[in-house]
Every structure is written in C-alpha cells, then in structure tokens.
Ligand binder design. Structure first.
Ligand SMILES: [Zn+2]
Length: 127
C-alpha cells in the first residue's frame, strides 16, 4: 500500500521541522491561590532558539487570546534585541546575550485584565 507509506514520510518531515520550535512559556492562573503563574520559571533558551509566551488565562467573559492578554517587560537587562513584548504567542526572537548558565534575567508578566495581576519570573541563555 503506497498511500500509508507516504503519510508516514510526511509525518517524519514534520517532526524534523519541529526541532526549530520555540521554548514555550505558559502564562496561566492558579484559581485556588488567586495568582498568575508562569512555567517554566526560569525559562532557558539556547543560542539560536527563541521564546514564545502563550496565554492560558481563564478570561471571564471568555475571549480569544490576543495581543491584549499580557505584557512581557524586561525591567533591567534583556537577553533579546528588545525588552518588551505583548500578547498571546509573542515571540522573543533569538537571544543576543552571551550564553551564561549562571545569569538570570528578571522580567515582569502583567496581565491585561487587572484581576489576574502580575508576576516577576526569570529567564536565561544556556550554553
Ligand atoms: Zn489570553
């Protein structure tokens, strides 16, 4: 059967492409503790990789995740070209800072909806 073989090859091609997937950082909400949560904290990105922050906040009323979900602000140094990003699936671009497993960069995640508040996680560039 030729067709199933072709499908399998397509899957393998797709998996090779996913090597370039970003490091995903989830912005969520702990409804018990009533606070915004970020995972992983800290994130670690390799040279040549990039970070994408995605929104998993339980918006009320429900809405599609978009640019207004949250802001990412590196308050001091940023390991990236810029220090501010916003919205669901915002992309950091590749890090410009040198890899350093002992250095962490502080940033703030500020939810667009003030009920969720904000949190100050960290991230770094690993060798
Ligand atoms: Zn959202």
């Amino acid at each position: 059967m030729a067709t199933p073989t072709k499908v399998l090859q397509t899957d393998e091609t797709t998996q090779v492409k996913t090597i370039n997937e970003p490091v995903w950082v989830r912005i969520g909400y702990d409804s018990g503790k009533k606070k915004i949560i970020v995972s992983p904290d800290p994130f670690w990105v390799e040279k040549g990789e990039r970070v994408q922050w995605f929104c998993d906040l339980p918006h009320d009323p429900p809405k599609l995740h978009d640019d207004s979900c949250f802001e990412i602000i590196f308050t001091g140094e940023t390991p990236f070209e810029i220090g501010k990003f916003h919205g669901h699936r915002c992309d950091s671009g590749r890090p410009k800072a040198a890899a350093n497993k002992d250095k962490l960069y502080k940033y703030s995640v500020v939810a667009g909806d003030p009920r969720f508040g904000s949190i100050d996680p960290q991230g770094g560039v690993k060798p």
